[in-house]
Structure formats: structure tokens, C-alpha cells
Design a binder for this molecule. Sequence first.
Ligand SMILES: *Cc1c(COP(=O)(O)O)cnc(C)c1O
Length: 220
Amino acid sequence: MDTGNYKAIVDEIKPYGARLVAISKTKPIEVVLEMYNQGQRIFGENRVQELLPKYNSLPQDIEWHLVGHLQSNKIKQIAPFISMIESVDSVMLLEEINKQAQRSDRVINCLLQIFIAEEKTKFGLSENELNSLLESKIFTDLKHIRICGLMGMATNTPDQQKIENEFKHLHQLFARIKKDYFADKPYFKELSIGMSSDYKIALNCGATLIRLGSLIFGER
Ligand SMILES: *Cc1c(COP(=O)(O)O)cnc(C)c1O
């Protein structure tokens, strides 16, 4: 692991006030622990099967984020400890997270994942789906979830302008939703955008969480 790179990136993002989510998928426990010992506390995984053994063998003060597509039957296993689910893309998922959080006597932080990219393969709510979710006001009845903001992934392209447009668009959407639905909710403040290839653009487009894997851990 290139820890020099890690330190440099932590310093780089500090002035922006953003937080780093270290995406540790495919990386062994020893490597995650090494980064923990460098001071990193927020880690992200995209698969529940991989998250569980890491959660069980790593220090308990790690804040785990789930960043990948989540099947509702897996929520039960992570509800007792997950710090944030960044990849919520349906009302059904919100309801199931609420149910399992209630069983664990917890309130689970969630981000709504919005589809902003050009690719057909990426998960997330369309803007229409987001609007109808928010208009349904279902989330106001779910006492065991807290919607803390939005997450998105830009198109995988070398076209920097296109990435910037997608991030700016999501930032505007975030601002509108904050104003219209969460104006009195200080916890609605997170914009999770930016990965290894585009985090610099994301930092300039209002990112509060950036999700870095390969840049800090090396290629997968
Ligand atoms: C893997 C992954 C990342 C990190 O990707 P890198 O390009 O390795 O930084 C970020 N977000 C999500 C949702 C991921 O699945």
C-alpha cells in the first residue's frame, strides 16, 4: 500500500471540508487495518458478503458505509452496525431498512443514489423517481431511517467537462431538495460524489464525501 499517497490525499481534501470514504472492496483485512492505523476511520464496501467478515475482524470504531446495490434480504445482516447506506434506490429498500433498523433499535443514515451517468448499467433513482419518492412523503413516517443526502456516480469517461456537468447537476438537485424537503433537517447535508478518477472535479462541485478505492489502496 502506498501510504504516502493516502496522506497526501487526506491533506488535499481537508481544505474542502469533505470526508474520505476508503473503499476497501477486494482488499484483505491486513491492508484495511494498515490504513486504519494511518488514521482512517470511514470505510466502504459494495457487497454485504465481503463487509460482514471485515466488520467482524476489524476495530469496532470503524464507520462502515455500504456503497453498492443492496438486496433487501441482506439488510438484516448489516442493520445492527452499518453507519451509512449510500446506495438506496427504492422506496421498498427504505421501508425494509426502516424495519430492520427498528429491530436493532437504531436509526440508520441513508443516502439516495441518483442516476446521473450516461451508462445504462449504473444503479440509482431517476429524477422522476426521486420526485415521486419525496412527494409520497413516506420517508417522514419512517422513524428508523434518516435521509442524509444524495450519492451519485458520473459517467466513466475521459471527458472532464461531461463529468463536471453531471456533478454540478447533482449538486443543484441536492440544493433544491434540501430547500423543498429538508430545510429544517441539518443532517441532510451529504453529497457523495467522486471516485479515484474524478474526485478533484467532485471536490470543486460540492462533494462532502468522496469514495476512493484504487487511488489509495492500489489497483484492484
Ligand atoms: C469501487 C467503488 C468506488 C471506488 O472506486 P475507485 O475507482 O477504485 O476509487 C466508489 N464508489 C463505488 C460505489 C464503488 O463501487
